[in-house]
Design a protein around this ligand. Structure first.
Ligand SMILES: Nc1ncnc2c1ncn2[C@@H]1O[C@H](COP(=O)(O)OP(=O)(O)OP(=O)(O)O)[C@@H](O)[C@H]1O
Ligand SMILES: [Mg+2]
Length: 473
């Protein structure tokens, strides 16, 4: 197969030389005669060399932009190259833990599509311009050359090339190292605007398998997320921006942040952790939104604490104003402090969630978390903005069984009946249950851990009883 490709490549080069030589002769031929020579020489080339060649350059148009098509082909061929080629170039991905092999220059890789054979070669050319460049290495331009029989022109130029591009993009998404972004304060200490988001690699290990909650609820959320991520056409059909809002509410330690990590891992999305208090105003909030990518979860944690979004801001200001008039020095200091505070308003935030700009980019999930859902302005969490409200509750027996399976590798135990009845009578968060299930030393076995949990549950029950008694008095 390789030899075949090489043979035709040689024939191709001979033909190219013939064309080149004839181009030189062109100057010495009368025009009307040359016209015939050219026509017949092309016919001859097509007859002898029945193959079509298509090249895909590494840089598109302005040379500064990497061609997405070239990258997709490169990724697609990396799998094929590992099977056929003998010289590779290795690239490290996924935080140095895996290596992708791609074909080296001049190496040929054959592929087959619907029974039709095609050949790919990675080539390099150096432009013969004398222009000065700061980046000498970038002068070298790489390209992929695809060769196939002209009989299959339609199949290859349409179906096969689409197949390669889709395949390449799918592999890129799979290998993508996801990122966790956080918004930077609006100015850095030089006084000029710094970049809007900074990121680290997202490596939270939480998944829906490790998340303890009732199976029915968990499956419902997974189904909802899957439907959303596959709903591009549906959202377009109903004329809605492709985004979905989730409100996660519940006491501290019930797994709200863990759930966000599980969602991101489930969907393979990036996470943008938005700290609202450092956003200066509504305009900056919008700029941040525009700068988020698609396939992302935008998170605003503890929304009730982030800003005064309950409409109380104006009243407070008026009250403060009375005091400040009496004390001009303090007034200046207060003004300075106020200027540093976020001026994001409720309407700015609502606009962020479902204003016209919110549709830019698409495929985005917005998650709010709060410990007190009833403290929030109803406008902020009405359906349509926050489409799904999920209560993260205290640990139930079903959630406990999941934690025990994950932490202790057990499905059942003679203590389970006691634990079930204690959990039904006591409120304990999954975070506390998990903490008790963790062995504290090498000597701690399953039984010790479960006993620790039972003791903690009994203590919590006793405490709750005393508290209720005191309140009744
Ligand atoms: N439902 C759960 N399933 C598995 N682990 C959990 C769960 N809830 C809590 N945990 C464990 O408890 C720790 C704290 O949970 P997490 O940070 O998700 O709580 P939270 O609801 O976000 O709390 P807060 O309101 O204080 O932000 C996590 O590291 C996780 O290990
Ligand atoms: Mg949290």
């Amino acid at each position: 197969m390789v030899a075949m490709g090489e043979l035709w490549a040689t024939v191709g080069s001979v033909m190219a030389t013939v064309m080149f030589v004839s181009a030189i002769f062109k100057q010495y031929f009368p025009y009307h005669l040359w016209h015939y020579v050219e026509r017949y020489s092309h016919k001859l080339v097509r007859f002898v060399y029945p193959y079509i060649e298509v090249t895909f350059d590494e840089f598109s148009g302005d040379r500064l932009k990497h061609s997405e098509v070239f990258s997709a082909i490169q990724t697609y061929l990396s799998g094929k190259a590992s099977l056929h080629a003998s010289r590779f170039k290795a690239d490290v991905i996924k935080d140095s833990r895996s290596v992708v092999l791609s074909m080296d220059a001049k190496e040929e890789v054959a592929d087959e599509f619907k029974g039709v054979k095609v050949w790919w070669v990675l080539g390099k050319r150096t432009p013969k311009t004398q222009s000065f460049s700061f980046y000498p290495a970038s002068e070298e331009r790489r390209y992929y050359k695809l060769t196939f029989h002209k009989r299959y022109r339609e199949l290859i130029t349409e179906a096969y090339i689409n197949h390669v591009l889709d395949g390449g993009k799918a592999i890129t998404v799979q290998n993508r190292q996801r990122k966790l972004y956080s918004n930077n304060p609006s100015k850095n200490w030089y006084g000029w605007r710094s970049t809007k988001w900074s990121h680290v690699f997202f490596e939270h290990p939480a998944t829906f398998d490790t998340l303890a909650m009732e199976t029915k609820k968990k499956e419902e959320i997974k189904k909802d997320l899957k439907k959303f991520s596959e709903g591009k056409e549906y959202y377009a059909k109903i004329g809605k921006a492709w985004k979905r809002g989730y409100l996660l509410y519940g006491p501290p330690g019930t797994g709200k942040s863990t759930m966000i990590a599980a969602m991101a891992n489930f969907l393979n999305y990036d996470v943008y952790d938005l700290e609202l208090t450092t956003v200066k105003n509504n305009t900056e909030l919008r700029t941040l939104l525009i700068d988020t990518s698609s396939k992302a979860i935008i998170v605003i944690e503890d929304i009730d604490c982030s800003l005064d979004l309950t409409g109380q801001r104006e009243k407070k200001k008026e009250k403060d104003g009375d005091e400040e008039e009496k004390n001009p020095i303090e007034k200046k200091a207060k003004e300075e402090e106020d200027s540093k505070k976020s001026k994001v308003t409720l309407s700015g935030l609502l606009n962020f969630i479902d204003g016209l700009w919110s549709a830019c980019g698409g495929e985005r999930i917005i998650v709010f978390t709060t410990n007190y859902a009833d403290k929030l302005d109803p406008a902020l969490i009405r359906r349509g903005r926050m489409d799904k409200h999920i209560e993260m509750s205290y640990c139930c027996f079903e959630a406990f069984k999941m934690l025990a399976k994950n932490y202790l590798d057990i499905e059942t135990h003679e203590f389970y009946a006691d634990i079930e009845s204690l959990l039904a009578e006591t409120n304990m968060t999954p975070a506390d249950v998990a903490e008790n299930l963790m062995p504290k030393s090498d000597e701690d076995d399953v039984e010790t851990c479960l006993k620790n949990l039972i003791e903690a549950l009994k203590a919590a029950k006793e405490e709750a009883r005393k508290k209720a008694q005191e309140e009744a008095r």
